[in-house]
Design a protein around this ligand. Sequence first.
Ligand SMILES: Nc1ncnc2c1ncn2[C@@H]1O[C@H](COP(=O)(O)OP(=O)(O)O)[C@@H](O)[C@H]1O
Ligand SMILES: [Mg+2]
Length: 230
Amino acid sequence: MTITSAISVHKLDHYFGSGQLRKQALFDINLEIAAGEIVIMTGPSGSGKTTLLTLIGGLRSAQTGSLNVVGHELCQASEAALVKARRNNGYIFQAHNLHGSLTALENVQMGLEVQGTFTKEDRHRRAADMLKQVGLEERVDYYPADLSGGQKQRVAIARALVSHPKIVLADEPTAALDKKSGRDVVDIMYRLAKEQGCTILLVTHDNRILDIADRIIYMEDGRLSKQPEN
Ligand SMILES: Nc1ncnc2c1ncn2[C@@H]1O[C@H](COP(=O)(O)OP(=O)(O)O)[C@@H](O)[C@H]1O
Ligand SMILES: [Mg+2]
């Protein structure tokens, strides 16, 4: 039987800084995530969750070990290869990272700009459709400042998913939201990901959303385990 891994990490270490300040942040990370799987990563603050997520996303370069994301090896990859790899992913961060000077619709269209393959009309139509899917059809022309936290995060989800990425990386997407908005945001992300068949790796401290995961992994002191150690 062949198992298709969307993400395959082997013996990955990561260090920050150099010389005397060199500090190891990740130790011997091994992780396989199947295509279409939803994996939640939890663990204490400072344990290395964001570091691993950004390495997988090609947002920083991996040094030792191996890191294969949808068939591309990112360890020791060139900057050009990393830029290319980043385009395959959708990102959702704790702070929504929307452009304040752009409307909701324009922000979502940004998610298609990197692809470069769509006409202007096509981008407009796809972005509007995506905003409808996250329940914001009445807010397409609003600027971020005029949206609630939950609405902003829904725009961020629409932007991340409008290009139908194979992989969605979410770093504490509900951390700045109240309970109800957080739940809504995660439910929307879950539904869209299942419809599109994309793989999700989501970092969270939020115990209330763990139920959406196919699998939960735990990071502590730069090491991954399946269960929190008691
Ligand atoms: N850019 C950086 N430079 C130096 N050290 C960093 C950097 N980013 C993170 N670290 C360190 O790496 C460790 C893991 O951080 P991080 O991945 O952000 O943890 P988490 O997301 O689990 O809170 C921490 O000790 C943190 O201080
Ligand atoms: Mg973090």
